[in-house]
Design a protein around this ligand. Structure first.
Ligand code: LLP
Length: 429
């Protein structure tokens, strides 16, 4: 459930009229709801209350420091994958000892920064990375707390581009290698092995792959403990799916509580502290992208609503053919005729399309639309393609709203570029 509802026919975020925000900040813009973020985070806390669990919000889903701050105030940790995300998590008030540093290709600088910050653990994805972490930790006179990310070779049954737990995927260390890699880790002076991590994919709409992966993990724990390793923590990753409003994804998706039941039955009796890294299921339905119709264009076979947001602002439909519900900000009168409309952006690519043949009421240029479920992997995946500056982000809290990222202007967008001096010099020779 989210807090974007119609009141007297006008879409509101909590108690704030979306049209009012549009007039104030211009379009397009992302709008997030504090109450929805909090509700989703608390759903995890409640679901895992009987387990010793830390919820480390996956910052990659929505890394605005105000969003992180909203969650850290409720006790969230963070899962980060770069120095940038580490800095954001710390600025957003997450204590270093609740930060997990993940990622398949951490650089020397990132590892050094993670150790200097004193993160809870670094999730290791390969033997060469393990060796590099050891070297850096020794040079800092430290022992790096690490978890080894296992690739359980389990099909998460999600989109191929966000499946991460198959042996053909680049992630983690093959579970059959765990015995050898843990032995190696234990022999390194700069390494303190604290746990095992697993993450099999994103937007999982079925819990069976989790059950499968966690059961495999459980067997590994038994084997590693028999080898003499102490497994202090299990990081079970993120990935719980959310409804995007299309017919294909069922509305009655597994909840955090259903997920907790699977976790409890697979690994609960191990009595090992757990970490979860949810991103999408916390931020996804807590955000919308608001855009204005520039033109209604009657094509030979289609009607197009050309809007002022584009694939550079929200890439998911273009990249994954993802479905996002699109609704008018001003609700049509009951019984108004619907027609098939393609909602498209202004970029010169056919893929710059938010929705094809959607059943929508008749619109006019100037009308506002909301593209829903855009709070996760929306603003964070934006680019300046076509030299379109990044759009603002707004956070609503009850009856007030704040701009939590300003709209870039063109000077900010091109300000780091330079024309080399030699352009002005006569060529030599
Ligand atoms: N932990 C790790 C190690 C991850 O790789 C991810 C997501 C998460 C946690 C959070 O997963 P979530 O709860 O958000 O599903 N851009 C794609 C999603 C990429 C997810 C990558 N990893 C999209 O827009 O669908």
């Amino acid at each position: 459930m989210d807090h974007f509802q119609y009141r007297e026919g006008r879409l509101h975020a909590e108690d704030v009229d979306i049209e009012y925000i549009a007039e104030s900040v211009g379009t397009p813009f992302y709008c997030y709801s504090t109450a929805t973020l909090e509700r989703h985070f608390k759903a995890y806390v409640d679901a895992f209350a009987s387990l010793d669990a830390t919820i480390c919000y996956a910052v990659k889903a929505n890394s605005n420091i105000a969003v992180i701050s909203t969650l850290s105030r409720l006790g969230a940790g963070a899962d980060v994958v770069s120095c940038g995300e580490l800095t954001r998590a710390l600025r957003g008030g997450v204590p270093a000892n609740k930060i997990v540093f993940s990622g398949v290709g951490k650089s020397r600088e990132e590892i050094a920064a993670a150790l200097e910050a004193g993160v809870l653990q670094i999730n290791v994805e390969s033997e060469p990375e393990l060796e590099l972490i050891n070297d850096i930790a020794v040079s800092q006179n430290k022992r790096a707390p690490i978890a080894i990310r296992i690739n359980p070779d389990v099909d998460a049954k999600t989109h191929e581009k966000i499946t991460t737990g198959l042996s053909e995927n680049k992630f983690g260390i093959e579970w059959t290698q765990a015995h050898a890699v843990f032995a190696k880790a234990a022999s390194l002076p700069g390494i303190e092995v604290v746990g095992i991590a697993v993450h099999i994919g994103s937007q999982l709409t079925d819990l069976e792959p989790y059950r499968h992966a966690y059961t495999r993990l459980r067997d590994l724990v038994a084997m590693l403990c028999a080898d003499g390793h102490k497994i202090a923590r299990l990081d079970l990753g993120g990935g719980l799916g959310i409804p995007y409003g299309d017919g294909e994804i069922p509305a009655d998706l597994p909840t955090p509580r259903d997920y907790a039941d699977v976790v409890q039955s697979a690994v609960g009796d191990l009595q090992i502290p757990l970490i979860f890294e949810p991103g999408r299921s916390i931020a996804g339905n807590a955000g919308i992208l608001v855009t204005r119709i520039l033109y209604i264009k009657e094509g030979a076979t289609r009607t197009f609503a050309v809007v002022d947001a584009a694939m550079n602002d929200l890439l998911r439909p273009t990249l994954y053919n993802a479905y996002h519900d699109i609704v008018p900000v001003k609700q049509a009168s009951p019984g108004a005729a619907l027609k098939e409309i393609d909602v498209v952006g202004p970029i010169c690519e056919t893929g710059d399309t938010f929705g094809v043949q959607r059943q929508l009421p008749s619109f006019a240029a100037g009308d506002l639309l909301a593209i829903r479920t855009a709070g996760a992997y929306g603003a964070v995946m934006a680019s300046t393609y076509n030299s379109r500056p990044l759009v603002p982000e707004v956070l609503v809290n009850k009856s007030s709203f704040d701009v939590i990222r300003k709209r870039w202007d063109v000077d900010q967008m091109i300000g780091l570029e330079a024309i080399p001096d030699w352009f002005d010099k006569p060529s030599e020779g």
